[in-house]
Design a protein around this ligand. Structure first.
Ligand code: 5CA
Ligand code: ZN
Length: 427
């Protein structure tokens, strides 16, 4: 899939490099340093060893709301901090372009699911480009990854890690769905740290089917759904015609692009269970222990009027709506950055207005920044971002620099490049 075009990222290496960031790893329930030795201890001394970053992409409808935008901007800041530390970043992202919610929305709106996906993927790309999010080098939909995903399911079946459950004969005569056998996954539960009770409480709401008859464990996740009348299906890897379950797409697309054992799998906190839990254990069933992400990072939920912004509730503020109203995308980006990724928050019109004022003040103030002030700003922003991506504190540091207005302008260029390279805000 063609991704959007990336913004140019100013090179700050004449001014030293940033340090490897410390970030919160949901699976450790604590902080981890994203240094080169994290994945490959043999390369612990090589500061230029590439970092592998996989961020779960959209299910293409109702894109791009502020919750999506917050998630992708958070990982964009991480991407920028890693680059500033001198590490090339291999960044991959999927698109869930076949799944129940997409098919249901297409049906509801009387539109072909492929047209809905294509339209929303294009809109998402335009929004990401406007927000100056660096594009993933590997950007891949499920449809175009079908052979690889089916091969993964086939391998799980052949090794006995997965099993078949006969499909309802009226709907899919003689066919079977495929499930992962969690009893054979010793590390199941380690990503989220949740109890079975917690898992069962949300599983049905988060795409699971705990009540499906014939499963060995109610939590076993669907790997392959046999074709049903009226649903799209594919034949691959000797599997019966069907389509993949949700989690296996990210297992296979991540490993296709990053190889086994990479640095980070990211997404919103709503993905910690079941999605990241399942994609991790599926990878370990395929490739062995330690073959998936070393660190799992999650953006807290963005809400509107006290409840999570979500497609199912329909309480959405879309990036594209604000852009169409003439709102500067850099002001939207400033609203997002003004909230730490581990704090839930609500979108408000007031916050957008304050961000617009802040952006105007920065644009006026940057011309007066002295060389000393710019140097200090770079040191401060590097330090704050490497401390668990403390974007609100970084914005406060930029405020202090831009609002002083007592310099001679000799640092304007460096200040502008610092804000651009590390925060992705173009002044
Ligand atoms: N396609 C899957 C991931 S493989 C998916 O969750 N798609 S999504 O369109 O529902 O969400 C895209 C990303 O935005 C996910 O990382 C999700 O966790 C995140 N997200 C969704 N809603 C919010 C929200 N209200 N606040 C923050 N992040 C959110
Ligand atoms: Zn995913």
């Amino acid at each position: 899939m063609r991704s959007w075009s990336s913004p140019a990222v100013p090179d700050l290496s004449d001014h030293g490099t940033g340090t490897p960031p410390r970030v919160y790893d949901s699976s450790r329930r604590g902080l981890a340093v994203l240094g080169p030795g994290l994945v490959d201890s043999a390369r612990a001394d090589d500061p230029h060893a590439p970092a592998g970053l996989y961020v779960c992409g959209i299910t293409p409808y109702d894109a791009t709301h502020m919750g999506h935008a917050a998630t992708y901007v958070t990982f964009d800041v991480l991407h920028r901090v890693l680059l500033d530390g001198g590490r090339p970043v291999r960044y991959a992202q999927n698109i869930t372009d076949v799944d129940d919610p997409l098919l249901e929305r297409a049906e509801r709106d009387g539109i072909d699911w492929r047209d809905l996906a294509a339209r929303e993927i294009a809109l998402f790309g335009d929004d990401m480009a406007a927000l100056r999010v660096i594009a993933p080098g590997g950007y891949c939909g499920v449809v175009e990854s079908m052979d690889s995903i089916a091969a993964g399911v086939r391998q799980l079946l052949d090794s006995g890690a997965a099993y078949e459950v006969p499909a309802d004969d009226a709907q899919a005569p003689g066919s079977a769905d495929v499930y992962l056998d969690l009893a054979r996954c010793p590390r199941f539960g380690e990503v989220s740290g949740w109890t079975r009770e917690q898992m069962l409480e949300v599983y049905a709401d988060r795409g699971g089917d705990p009540d499906r008859a014939g499963k060995r464990d109610p939590l076993d996740p669907l790997l392959w759904r046999a074709a049903r009348a009226g649903e799209p299906s594919w034949e691959a890897a000797g599997l019966p015609a069907g389509r993949p379950g949700w989690h296996i797409e990210c297992t296979c697309i991540a490993v296709d692009h990053l190889g086994t054992a990479f640095d980070v799998q990211g997404g919103g906190i709503d993905l910690v269970f079941p999605h990241h839990e399942m994609s991790g254990v599926q990878a370990e069933s395929l490739y062995g222990a330690g073959s998936f992400a070393r660190v799992y990072m999650h953006q807290e939920m963005v809400g509107l009027d006290g409840s999570k912004m979500s497609k199912s509730k329909g309480n959405l503020v879309l990036v594209s709506t604000l852009r169409a109203e003439g709102v500067d995308p850099m002001a939207i980006r400033l609203v997002l950055l003004d909230h730490h990724y581990r704090t839930p928050w609500d979108w408000t019109a007031d916050a957008l207005q304050s961000a617009q004022q802040r952006l105007a003040a920065w644009r006026a103030g940057v011309e007066t920044v002295s060389a000393d002030q710019a140097q200090r700003l770079l040191v401060d922003v590097r330090e704050l971002l490497s401390d668990d991506l403390d974007t609100p504190a970084a914005l406060a540091a930029v405020d202090a620099c831009m609002l002083a207005r007592d310099g001679d302008g000799s640092g304007a260029r460096l200040a502008r490049e610092t804000v651009d390279a590390l925060l992705g805000v173009e002044l």
